[in-house]
Design a protein around this ligand. Structure first.
Ligand SMILES: NC(=O)c1ccc[n+]([C@@H]2O[C@H](COP(=O)([O-])OP(=O)(O)OC[C@H]3O[C@@H](n4cnc5c(N)ncnc54)[C@H](O)[C@@H]3O)[C@@H](O)[C@H]2O)c1
Length: 364
């Protein structure tokens, strides 16, 4: 339990719509702080990303990494631009460095359909979709990022890594998440998503999952190969609760999640480790709509709500928990009353208007 209610937040707006949704989010957080009371966020905006690389030749400074390390939480917009690349052809993505550097192994990506947001799935049960894709975020195929090789322009190799240490923590996180969701009326079910029929690494992943499952007899389990999971996320996503998967598999599945809940502007994300956590929308910098007040800031706001909840639980700060619920309620109410109709879904509201609707719900 900490003795102060002041929390330091390292803020990385990033590039493209990242900066737009972050501006909106900081306004919302400031007003929340004012209306809920009992906590104070000390935010510091730090440069990093593709534009910063273009200007300086560096994607992120050691100083900014250090400030992120010392902060109570990291809040990020989105980073990277398709036309700004390192000499090896890969994109500028310092947020991937942070995942590894800060041990953010648990990528929590809720998939939930909000009132009046039409899922592209025509089945009426699509309104009941409420699952979480839990993405291992430090190893798997991404362990090879920056280390892959192209041999004499003939073949390319990347190596996938699965470790017992990370899997045990990841699965414990999954079962505890399912428990918390069960306490709020959820199914209490974890599905292990892998490709254990073909690869030893995934048979190992599944073996560790089964070992850890024994410690959580109150939570039921299931298994799905990743290809079948892609099918089921379209065919019957309402049947699932927590899905846990390797980094690359869950990266792809969480975009299917973004699709079935209407669009990436609804896709929030928390990346959590034992000592640090980073919160960002799951979408990218959307160069196709950047600078036009068209971005849906909802995913950014929901990610900020996840940050407040994590901080509240970690530091036993009840006001932060209240602020998280207040923000979620404002968003839910905005969608159900039609006060939030993002352009992303053909509505009239751009970033500024969605932000105004959320602030109006606080009475600001
Ligand atoms: N975590 C990150 O920072 C992150 C994640 C993914 C992609 N990227 C980077 O972003 C850049 C663009 O990538 P992309 O086009 O593949 O993915 P993207 O998520 O930026 O865009 C995909 C599609 O979704 C739409 N979209 C995304 N977020 C939206 C929002 N909030 N409101 C309305 N529409 C939204 C875009 O307009 C686009 O049509 C690339 O440089 C990529 O590397 C960064």
């Amino acid at each position: 339990m900490r003795t102060t209610n002041e929390l330091r937040i390292a803020v990385f707006p990033g590039d493209g719509i990242g900066t737009e949704v972050m501006d909106a989010c900081l306004t919302v957080l400031q007003q929340l702080e004012h209306h809920v009371g009992g906590f104070r966020l000390i935010t510091e905006s730090l440069p990093a990303g593709a534009n910063f690389y273009r200007e300086t030749g560096t994607d992120i400074t050691d100083e900014a990494m250090q400030k992120a390390r010392q902060a109570d939480a990291i809040l990020l917009g989105a980073m990277g631009l398709p036309d700004v690349r390192f000499p090896d052809g890969t994109e500028i993505s310092p947020h991937l460095k942070m995942r590894v550097e800060f041990g953010l192994y648990a990528g929590v990506r809720p998939v939930k359909v909000y009132p009046n947001v039409r899922s592209p799935l025509s089945d009426r049960r699509s309104r009941e979709i409420d699952l979480v894709v839990l993405r291992e975020s430090t190893e798997g195929l991404f362990a090879s990022a920056g280390k892959g090789e192209v041999i004499e322009d003939r073949e390319a190799r990347e190596t996938l890594v699965i470790t017992r240490n990370t899997c045990e923590r990841l699965f414990d996180f999954a079962f505890n998440l399912a428990r918390r969701r069960k306490a709020r009326g959820g199914q209490g079910h974890v599905t292990c998503v892998d490709k254990a029929n073909v690869f030893k690494a995934f048979a190992f992943f599944r073996k560790i999952f089964k070992e850890r499952a024994l410690l959580y007899p109150d939570i039921s389990t299931g298994f799905n190969y990743v290809d079948a999971m892609a099918l089921d996320m379209v065919r019957r996503p309402w049947d699932f609760d927590v899905l846990v998967a390797e980094n690359m598999f869950a990266d792809i599945l969480s975009d299917i999640g973004g699709g079935i809940m209407g669009g990436m502007g609804m896709a929030a994300c928390a990346e959590i480790g034992d000592h640090h956590a980073l919160f960002q929308p799951a979408h990218g910098t959307a160069p196709d709509i950047a600078g036009a007040d068209k971005a849906n800031p909802t995913a950014m706001f929901l990610s900020a709500a996840m940050m407040l909840e994590w901080l509240g639980n970690r530091h036993e700060l009840e006001p932060c928990l209240r602020a998280a619920r207040r923000l979620e309620t404002a968003i839910e109410t905005g969608f159900s009353k039609g006060a939030i109709q993002p352009m992303e879904f053909g509505g009239p509201h751009g970033t500024a208007e969605v932000t105004r609707a959320v602030l109006a719900d606080f009475g600001a």
